[in-house]
Write a protein that binds this ligand. Structure first.
Ligand SMILES: [Zn+2]
Length: 317
């Protein structure tokens, strides 16, 4: 590390090493395909190291990296920087406290970006603490000045943004925070997909619970992040146990340990009528058992016995 004008920056060596490390992690986690994604890190008030275009971020070497000033002038390196570095430069210009920027196309977060759905529900404590809400910046053609313009409104108020029909962009006080935010965005998006679209149910944190998390966020020195919508009433302040466990002991039907009974003893199985091809057990309703038949059967039996007795008596006589 080195200090310039009272601010700490990574040295050239540290920044290049960290960019290669983050590039490998980004690639290994499947956040990028082919040559996608880009990373940059400040090494002074007006200089950054960044990734080259046309190279997989999992296979970079130090000689491929490019040093630039914040106006986009290449200062060092033989490779061409990514055209997407424009959005990195805009983040640094808008918010001088940012020290690093990461960009990738993680599967779930990018799917939300394609659907135009922001990551904005108070469902996960860590996401409220570390991210807040993640908006979707309007669509912009990659490589053009439209991209930096689309993200500029969020750079001082949020910790990252989804790029419509494109991917995710994060920034931080150092390169690791920027990358961890990228990881957290993908994790948050995955949780929202599972709960919202697969399980189909989300118990939102209440506004009281969110307020307590915001106090902690403030104490952690995180001043941006947005506040996701919360529930007025608490929805999660009760223990959730199974129906069998909840029944009072005296009325509970015997349940085998470790087994969840589907049909409890004493319960009649109604005809399913589901039209399915499996075997179904049918129990006739009590009124369909005809006592008349039983009576007739008893009478017939008595008559047979009487007839046998009569014939045996005849023989004996
Ligand atoms: Zn991209």
């Amino acid at each position: 590390m080195m200090t310039v004008q009272g601010k700490k920056y990574m040295s050239d060596f540290e920044a290049k090493k960290a960019i290669l490390d983050i590039g490998r992690r980004m690639y290994d986690k499947g956040f990028v395909a082919s040559n996608d994604g880009n990373i940059s890190c400040k090494v002074g008030p007006n200089t950054i190291w960044t990734t080259p275009t046309g190279v997989s971020k999992g296979f970079m070497t130090q000689d491929m990296l490019v040093k630039m000033d914040l106006n986009g002038k290449v200062l060092m390196g033989r490779w061409k920087p990514s055209s997407e570095v424009k959005m990195h430069l805009r983040v640094y210009k808008e918010n001088p406290d940012v020290q690093a920027v990461t960009h990738a196309h993680p599967l779930v977060a990018t799917s939300f970006a394609i659907a135009g759905i922001s990551l904005d529900a108070a469902v996960l404590t860590e996401a409220v603490l570390g991210l807040g809400s993640i908006p979707v910046a309007k669509y912009a053609t990659p490589g053009t000045d439209e991209v930096p313009d689309s993200i500029a409104p969020f750079v001082n108020t949020h910790n990252g943004v989804l790029l419509a029909n494109h991917g995710a962009l994060t920034w931080g006080k150092d390169i690791y925070q920027a990358f961890y935010r990228l990881e957290s965005i993908e994790y948050y998006a995955t949780i929202l997909m599972y709960t919202g679209n697969i399980i189909g149910r989300q118990n939102l944190l209440s506004c009281d619970q969110v307020n307590k998390l915001l106090d902690i966020r403030h104490k952690l020195g995180i001043t941006a992040g947005g506040i996701p919508p919360c529930a007025i009433e608490e929805t999660n302040m009760r223990d959730v146990v199974s129906a069998a466990d909840a029944r009072p002991a005296e009325t509970a039907a015997p349940v085998l340990k470790g087994v969840t009974s589907i049909v409890r003893p004493g319960e009649n199985l109604a005809p399913t009528g589901c039209g399915c091809t499996g075997v179904t057990r049918q129990v006739l309703p009590a009124e369909e058992v005809k006592p008349v038949q039983a009576e007739a059967l008893g009478k017939a039996k008595e008559e047979i016995i009487a007839e046998v007795v009569r014939r045996v008596t005849e023989q004996l006589n």
